[in-house]
Design a protein around this ligand. Structure first.
Ligand code: ADP
Ligand code: MG
Length: 258
C-alpha cells in the first residue's frame, strides 16, 4: 500500500478562480481520510487533481513517494467512485465490472480466466454474485452503487477515491453502505480518500478528517479530536454546532429519561 502527499498544491481555474490554495496534506498508507467541507470548498477539485482528471497549477502531488503531476489517470494505481453510478446501461453487471480490465492493453492485459476470477471475487465481496447476468436497470440504487464500487475495486487499486458516493441513496441505504465501505477498506487495506459535505459520514468513516473551507485546509486530525478541539470558529459552526444540534434533536425526540 502507499501514502499520498499534497505539497503546497494550488488549483487556479482558467477564469482565475483559486479553488484550492497551497494545500499541504499527508495521507498515511492504508488510512481512511475524509475530506469534509461545504459545497464549493474545493473537495472535488482536490480529488480530481489526485486522480489526474484536473491539472495541478502549482505544487506537487505524490503517490507512494513518486510525483504524479504529469502521470495520466490510468498510470496512478487509483480507483474512483462518483456520486452518479455512470454504469453502461446495455451491459450486464458482469461486463460493467470487468469493462476496465478488458480495455487494458499490452503487458497489463489479463486472460479471460484471470478476469473471471476477479469478477467472482469482487461480486462476492459486494453481495452481487447472483446479479451478474442482470442489466443495471434491474438493480436497486444501492446495488448499482455497489457495482460502481466494484468497478473501482476490481483493479485492486492502491488508492481508492470516492466523491460523495452515497448522496443519491436514501438514508437507510446510506447508513448500510457506510458500514460496508468501511468494512471493505479494512479488509482490502487500500489508502482511501472520501469526499463528503456530510458531517456524520465524516465522523463515522474517517481515521482522520481534513476540513476544507474556501480552498484552504482548516484542520486535519482524528474525528473526535476535531470535534473536541476545533481549530477555529468555522469548524465550530460547521462541525461541532451541527453535531450538537443533531444530538439535541435526538434527545428531545426520545426524551432524556434514563
Ligand atoms: N472548471 C471550473 N472553472 C472555474 N471554477 C470552477 C471550475 N470547477 C469548479 N470551480 C469552482 O471551484 C470551487 C470548488 O469547486 P469543487 O471542487 O467542485 O467544490 P466541492 O466539491 O467542494 O463542492 C467552486 O467555487 C466551483 O464553482
Ligand atoms: Mg464536489
Amino acid at each position: 500500500m502507499v501514502n499520498v502527499s499534497f505539497r503546497k498544491v494550488t488549483k487556479r481555474y482558467e477564469n482565475g478562480f483559486t479553488a484550492v490554495n497551497e494545500l499541504n496534506l499527508e495521507i498515511n498508507e492504508g488510512e481512511f481520510l475524509v475530506l469534509l467541507g461545504p459545497s464549493g470548498c474545493g473537495k472535488s477539485t482536490t480529488l480530481r487533481m489526485l486522480a489526474g482528471l484536473e491539472d495541478v497549477t502549482e505544487g506537487d502531488i505524490s503517490i507512494g513517494g513518486a510525483r504524479v503531476n504529469d502521470l495520466p489517470p490510468g498510470a496512478r494505481g487509483i480507483g474512483m467512485v462518483f456520486q452518479s453510478y455512470a454504469l453502461y446501461p446495455h451491459m450486464s453487471i458482469s461486463d460493467n465490472l470487468s469493462f476496465g480490465l478488458r480495455m487494458q492493453k499490452g503487458e497489463e492485459r489479463m486472460s479471460d480466466e484471470e478476469i473471471n476470477k476477479l469478477i467472482i471475487e469482487t461480486s462476492s465481496m459486494l453481495g452481487l454474485s447472483s446479479e451478474l447476468d442482470k442489466k443495471p436497470k434491474q438493480l436497486s440504487g444501492g446495488q448499482r452503487q455497489r457495482v460502481a464500487l466494484g468497478r473501482a475495486l476490481i483493479k485492486r487499486p492502491k488508492v481508492l477515491l470516492m466523491d460523495e458516493p452515497l448522496s443519491n441513496l436514501d438514508a437507510e441505504l446510506r447508513q448500510q453502505m457506510r458500514v460496508e465501505i468501511r468494512r471493505l477498506h479494512d479488509e482490502l487495506g487500500m489508502t482511501t480518500v472520501y469526499v463528503t459535505h456530510d458531517q456524520i459520514e465524516a465522523m463515522t468513516l474517517a481515521d482522520r478528517i481534513a476540513v476544507l473551507n474556501e480552498g484552504e485546509l482548516q484542520q486535519h486530525a482524528p474525528p473526535m479530536d476535531v470535534y473536541r478541539n476545533p481549530s477555529n470558529p468555522f469548524i465550530e459552526g460547521f462541525l461541532c454546532d451541527h453535531l450538537n444540534d443533531i444530538v439535541e434533536t435526538a434527545n428531545s425526540l426520545f426524551g432524556e429519561e434514563e
